[in-house]
Write a new protein. Sequence first.
Length: 299
Amino acid sequence: MITDVEGLEVGHWTDAVGLTGCTVVLFPEGTVASAEVRGGAPATRELALLDPERTVSRIDAAVLTGGSAFGLASADGVMRWCAEHGRGFPTAAGPVPIVPALGLFDLLVGDPLARPDGEAGYSACATARGGRIALGPCGAGTGATVGKWRGPDGIRAGGLGSATVVRGDLVVSALVAVNAFGDIDRDGSGTDGVPADGPSGADGGIEPGDAFGNTTIGVLATNARLDKLGCLVVAQGGHDGLARSLVPAHTRADGDALIAAATGSVEVDLDTVRLLAVVATERAVRSVPPMPAPQPRRG
Protein backbone atom coordinates (compact mmCIF):
# COMPACT_ATOMS: atom_id res chain seq x y z
CA MET A 1 0.00 0.00 0.00
CA ILE A 2 1.05 3.60 -0.42
CA THR A 3 1.55 3.74 3.35
CA ASP A 4 4.52 1.41 2.80
CA VAL A 5 6.42 4.67 2.23
CA GLU A 6 7.45 5.68 5.72
CA GLY A 7 5.71 8.73 7.13
CA LEU A 8 2.67 8.69 4.85
CA GLU A 9 -0.84 8.56 6.30
CA VAL A 10 -4.11 8.06 4.40
CA GLY A 11 -7.69 8.83 5.39
CA HIS A 12 -11.05 8.43 3.65
CA TRP A 13 -14.43 10.10 3.81
CA THR A 14 -17.13 7.93 2.21
CA ASP A 15 -20.77 8.63 1.40
CA ALA A 16 -22.13 5.13 0.77
CA VAL A 17 -25.61 6.47 -0.01
CA GLY A 18 -24.70 9.33 -2.32
CA LEU A 19 -21.92 7.16 -3.83
CA THR A 20 -19.05 9.60 -3.60
CA GLY A 21 -16.14 10.35 -1.31
CA CYS A 22 -12.64 11.70 -0.94
CA THR A 23 -9.24 10.35 0.05
CA VAL A 24 -6.43 12.35 1.64
CA VAL A 25 -2.71 11.51 1.67
CA LEU A 26 -0.71 13.32 4.37
CA PHE A 27 3.03 13.66 3.78
CA PRO A 28 5.93 14.06 6.22
CA GLU A 29 7.85 17.32 6.49
CA GLY A 30 10.18 17.99 3.56
CA THR A 31 8.28 15.97 0.93
CA VAL A 32 8.82 17.23 -2.64
CA ALA A 33 6.23 16.76 -5.40
CA SER A 34 5.23 17.42 -8.99
CA ALA A 35 2.37 16.27 -11.22
CA GLU A 36 1.39 15.31 -14.75
CA VAL A 37 -2.06 15.60 -16.39
CA ARG A 38 -3.10 13.67 -19.50
CA GLY A 39 -6.42 13.17 -21.21
CA GLY A 40 -8.86 15.87 -22.18
CA ALA A 41 -11.05 16.59 -19.13
CA PRO A 42 -9.14 17.18 -15.88
CA ALA A 43 -10.49 18.62 -12.62
CA THR A 44 -7.55 19.89 -10.56
CA ARG A 45 -6.50 22.41 -7.93
CA GLU A 46 -3.04 23.86 -7.17
CA LEU A 47 -1.22 21.72 -9.75
CA ALA A 48 0.51 24.72 -11.37
CA LEU A 49 2.38 25.22 -8.11
CA LEU A 50 3.96 21.79 -8.57
CA ASP A 51 5.53 22.65 -11.94
CA PRO A 52 9.34 22.36 -11.68
CA GLU A 53 9.83 26.04 -12.55
CA ARG A 54 7.64 27.23 -9.64
CA THR A 55 9.17 28.37 -6.35
CA VAL A 56 7.52 26.11 -3.76
CA SER A 57 8.79 22.54 -3.76
CA ARG A 58 7.11 21.11 -0.65
CA ILE A 59 3.75 19.37 -0.37
CA ASP A 60 1.74 18.83 2.82
CA ALA A 61 -1.16 16.72 1.57
CA ALA A 62 -2.86 15.55 -1.62
CA VAL A 63 -6.57 15.06 -2.16
CA LEU A 64 -8.28 12.57 -4.46
CA THR A 65 -11.99 13.32 -4.65
CA GLY A 66 -15.24 12.42 -6.30
CA GLY A 67 -17.79 15.08 -7.14
CA SER A 68 -15.96 16.38 -10.20
CA ALA A 69 -14.95 20.05 -9.86
CA PHE A 70 -17.39 20.46 -6.96
CA GLY A 71 -15.38 17.95 -4.95
CA LEU A 72 -12.23 20.07 -5.13
CA ALA A 73 -13.78 22.02 -2.25
CA SER A 74 -12.77 19.13 0.01
CA ALA A 75 -9.23 20.53 -0.11
CA ASP A 76 -10.46 23.52 1.95
CA GLY A 77 -10.98 21.22 4.93
CA VAL A 78 -7.61 19.57 4.40
CA MET A 79 -5.93 22.97 4.43
CA ARG A 80 -7.75 23.86 7.64
CA TRP A 81 -6.67 20.61 9.30
CA CYS A 82 -3.05 21.07 8.18
CA ALA A 83 -2.98 24.68 9.40
CA GLU A 84 -4.34 23.64 12.79
CA HIS A 85 -1.50 21.13 13.04
CA GLY A 86 1.20 23.60 12.03
CA ARG A 87 1.77 22.16 8.57
CA GLY A 88 2.45 24.41 5.62
CA PHE A 89 4.78 26.73 3.78
CA PRO A 90 6.12 29.20 6.35
CA THR A 91 5.08 32.84 5.89
CA ALA A 92 5.04 35.90 8.13
CA ALA A 93 1.31 35.32 8.58
CA GLY A 94 1.71 31.68 9.54
CA PRO A 95 1.95 28.41 7.62
CA VAL A 96 0.10 28.09 4.30
CA PRO A 97 -0.57 24.40 3.58
CA ILE A 98 0.25 23.16 0.08
CA VAL A 99 -2.63 20.83 -0.81
CA PRO A 100 -3.13 19.96 -4.50
CA ALA A 101 -6.35 18.14 -5.35
CA LEU A 102 -7.50 15.91 -8.21
CA GLY A 103 -11.17 15.24 -8.98
CA LEU A 104 -13.04 12.50 -10.83
CA PHE A 105 -16.55 12.60 -12.28
CA ASP A 106 -19.02 10.39 -10.38
CA LEU A 107 -22.07 12.68 -10.44
CA LEU A 108 -24.20 10.31 -12.53
CA VAL A 109 -24.18 7.51 -9.98
CA GLY A 110 -25.91 7.79 -6.63
CA ASP A 111 -27.01 11.30 -5.70
CA PRO A 112 -25.57 14.03 -7.97
CA LEU A 113 -25.96 16.55 -5.14
CA ALA A 114 -23.80 14.46 -2.80
CA ARG A 115 -20.40 16.09 -3.20
CA PRO A 116 -17.33 16.04 -0.96
CA ASP A 117 -16.89 19.43 0.73
CA GLY A 118 -14.56 21.02 3.26
CA GLU A 119 -16.00 19.04 6.15
CA ALA A 120 -15.46 15.83 4.18
CA GLY A 121 -11.80 16.70 3.63
CA TYR A 122 -11.32 17.59 7.28
CA SER A 123 -12.93 14.31 8.37
CA ALA A 124 -10.65 12.34 6.05
CA CYS A 125 -7.61 13.99 7.68
CA ALA A 126 -8.92 13.20 11.15
CA THR A 127 -9.08 9.48 10.29
CA ALA A 128 -5.73 9.35 8.44
CA ARG A 129 -3.25 6.73 9.58
CA GLY A 130 -0.40 4.57 8.40
CA GLY A 131 -0.50 0.81 7.95
CA ARG A 132 -3.25 -0.97 6.06
CA ILE A 133 -5.94 1.21 4.52
CA ALA A 134 -9.31 0.44 2.96
CA LEU A 135 -9.36 0.05 -0.82
CA GLY A 136 -12.01 -0.69 -3.45
CA PRO A 137 -15.34 1.24 -3.36
CA CYS A 138 -14.44 3.75 -0.66
CA GLY A 139 -13.12 7.29 -0.41
CA ALA A 140 -12.51 8.77 -3.84
CA GLY A 141 -13.29 5.41 -5.43
CA THR A 142 -16.81 5.07 -3.99
CA GLY A 143 -18.71 6.00 -7.17
CA ALA A 144 -16.01 5.12 -9.68
CA THR A 145 -16.84 3.07 -12.78
CA VAL A 146 -14.92 1.64 -15.74
CA GLY A 147 -15.70 0.14 -19.15
CA LYS A 148 -17.88 2.99 -20.37
CA TRP A 149 -16.41 2.79 -23.88
CA ARG A 150 -18.41 -0.44 -24.34
CA GLY A 151 -21.74 1.25 -23.63
CA PRO A 152 -24.13 0.83 -20.66
CA ASP A 153 -23.93 -2.98 -20.65
CA GLY A 154 -20.15 -2.93 -20.32
CA ILE A 155 -19.94 -0.66 -17.27
CA ARG A 156 -18.41 -2.11 -14.11
CA ALA A 157 -17.35 -0.67 -10.79
CA GLY A 158 -13.97 0.95 -10.46
CA GLY A 159 -12.51 1.99 -7.15
CA LEU A 160 -9.30 2.57 -5.22
CA GLY A 161 -6.27 0.37 -5.84
CA SER A 162 -2.76 0.45 -4.43
CA ALA A 163 0.51 -1.39 -4.98
CA THR A 164 4.12 -1.14 -3.86
CA VAL A 165 7.38 -2.15 -5.53
CA VAL A 166 10.56 -2.49 -3.45
CA ARG A 167 14.15 -2.69 -4.64
CA GLY A 168 16.65 -2.79 -1.79
CA ASP A 169 15.94 0.25 0.38
CA LEU A 170 13.95 1.95 -2.37
CA VAL A 171 10.15 1.95 -2.02
CA VAL A 172 7.80 3.17 -4.75
CA SER A 173 4.05 2.96 -4.30
CA ALA A 174 0.89 4.03 -6.11
CA LEU A 175 -2.63 4.81 -4.93
CA VAL A 176 -5.15 5.26 -7.76
CA ALA A 177 -8.87 5.99 -8.00
CA VAL A 178 -9.86 4.23 -11.21
CA ASN A 179 -12.85 5.82 -12.96
CA ALA A 180 -11.83 5.25 -16.57
CA PHE A 181 -13.66 5.51 -19.85
CA GLY A 182 -11.76 2.34 -20.76
CA ASP A 183 -11.51 -1.10 -19.18
CA ILE A 184 -9.04 -2.40 -16.63
CA ASP A 185 -6.73 -4.64 -18.66
CA ARG A 186 -6.01 -7.32 -16.06
CA ASP A 187 -3.81 -9.67 -18.08
CA GLY A 188 -2.42 -7.68 -21.01
CA SER A 189 -5.04 -8.91 -23.48
CA GLY A 190 -7.14 -5.74 -23.46
CA THR A 191 -6.02 -4.62 -26.91
CA ASP A 192 -6.75 -7.98 -28.55
CA GLY A 193 -9.28 -7.49 -31.33
CA VAL A 194 -9.47 -3.71 -31.05
CA PRO A 195 -11.44 -2.15 -32.65
CA ALA A 196 -13.46 -5.14 -33.91
CA ASP A 197 -14.26 -6.27 -30.34
CA GLY A 198 -14.54 -2.76 -29.01
CA PRO A 199 -17.72 -0.80 -28.40
CA SER A 200 -20.74 -1.23 -30.60
CA GLY A 201 -21.29 1.19 -33.46
CA ALA A 202 -21.40 1.24 -37.21
CA ASP A 203 -17.84 2.40 -37.52
CA GLY A 204 -16.42 0.50 -34.56
CA GLY A 205 -15.21 3.78 -33.07
CA ILE A 206 -14.72 4.75 -29.44
CA GLU A 207 -16.31 8.19 -29.45
CA PRO A 208 -17.03 9.11 -25.81
CA GLY A 209 -20.71 9.09 -24.93
CA ASP A 210 -22.39 11.43 -22.48
CA ALA A 211 -23.93 8.92 -20.07
CA PHE A 212 -21.05 8.70 -17.60
CA GLY A 213 -18.02 10.80 -16.72
CA ASN A 214 -14.52 9.51 -16.26
CA THR A 215 -10.95 10.18 -15.06
CA THR A 216 -8.34 8.10 -13.24
CA ILE A 217 -6.43 10.02 -10.57
CA GLY A 218 -3.73 9.01 -8.17
CA VAL A 219 -0.72 9.65 -5.99
CA LEU A 220 2.70 8.06 -6.44
CA ALA A 221 5.03 8.12 -3.46
CA THR A 222 8.62 7.10 -2.95
CA ASN A 223 11.30 7.37 -0.28
CA ALA A 224 13.81 8.40 -2.96
CA ARG A 225 15.57 11.77 -2.82
CA LEU A 226 14.25 13.70 -5.83
CA ASP A 227 13.76 17.32 -6.83
CA LYS A 228 10.59 18.58 -8.51
CA LEU A 229 11.85 17.73 -11.98
CA GLY A 230 12.59 14.18 -10.85
CA CYS A 231 9.09 13.93 -9.38
CA LEU A 232 7.66 15.07 -12.73
CA VAL A 233 9.57 12.27 -14.47
CA VAL A 234 8.13 9.78 -11.96
CA ALA A 235 4.60 11.08 -12.55
CA GLN A 236 5.13 10.63 -16.28
CA GLY A 237 6.18 7.05 -15.63
CA GLY A 238 2.99 6.53 -13.66
CA HIS A 239 0.99 7.52 -16.73
CA ASP A 240 2.85 4.81 -18.65
CA GLY A 241 1.51 2.43 -16.01
CA LEU A 242 -2.02 3.68 -16.71
CA ALA A 243 -1.48 3.09 -20.43
CA ARG A 244 -0.39 -0.48 -19.69
CA SER A 245 -3.41 -1.28 -17.50
CA LEU A 246 -6.32 0.71 -19.02
CA VAL A 247 -7.71 0.25 -22.54
CA PRO A 248 -8.20 2.84 -23.94
CA ALA A 249 -6.28 5.25 -21.72
CA HIS A 250 -5.94 9.05 -21.72
CA THR A 251 -8.97 9.69 -23.96
CA ARG A 252 -10.56 13.10 -24.44
CA ALA A 253 -13.25 11.97 -21.97
CA ASP A 254 -10.64 11.26 -19.27
CA GLY A 255 -8.76 13.83 -17.22
CA ASP A 256 -6.14 11.42 -15.94
CA ALA A 257 -3.79 13.09 -13.45
CA LEU A 258 -1.06 11.82 -11.12
CA ILE A 259 0.89 13.50 -8.33
CA ALA A 260 4.34 12.10 -7.57
CA ALA A 261 5.87 12.79 -4.17
CA ALA A 262 9.33 11.98 -2.77
CA THR A 263 10.15 11.93 0.94
CA GLY A 264 13.91 12.01 0.32
CA SER A 265 15.54 9.35 2.49
CA VAL A 266 17.16 7.11 -0.18
CA GLU A 267 19.71 8.19 -2.77
CA VAL A 268 19.03 6.36 -6.04
CA ASP A 269 19.09 7.02 -9.79
CA LEU A 270 15.95 8.57 -11.27
CA ASP A 271 15.37 6.03 -14.03
CA THR A 272 15.10 3.24 -11.46
CA VAL A 273 12.43 5.18 -9.57
CA ARG A 274 10.56 5.87 -12.80
CA LEU A 275 10.57 2.21 -13.80
CA LEU A 276 9.23 1.14 -10.43
CA ALA A 277 6.54 3.83 -10.69
CA VAL A 278 5.37 2.33 -13.98
CA VAL A 279 5.08 -1.10 -12.39
CA ALA A 280 3.45 0.14 -9.17
CA THR A 281 0.80 2.10 -11.08
CA GLU A 282 0.04 -0.79 -13.42
CA ARG A 283 -0.37 -3.16 -10.48
CA ALA A 284 -2.43 -0.66 -8.49
CA VAL A 285 -4.97 -0.35 -11.32
CA ARG A 286 -5.18 -4.11 -11.73
CA SER A 287 -5.65 -4.57 -7.98
CA VAL A 288 -9.12 -2.97 -8.14
CA PRO A 289 -11.49 -5.93 -7.65
CA PRO A 290 -14.02 -6.72 -10.42
CA MET A 291 -17.50 -5.80 -9.22
CA PRO A 292 -20.90 -4.86 -10.71
CA ALA A 293 -21.39 -1.19 -11.48
CA PRO A 294 -22.97 1.12 -8.88
CA GLN A 295 -26.53 2.11 -9.71
CA PRO A 296 -26.61 4.98 -12.23
CA ARG A 297 -28.91 7.93 -11.73
CA ARG A 298 -31.98 7.61 -13.93
CA GLY A 299 -34.25 10.19 -15.46
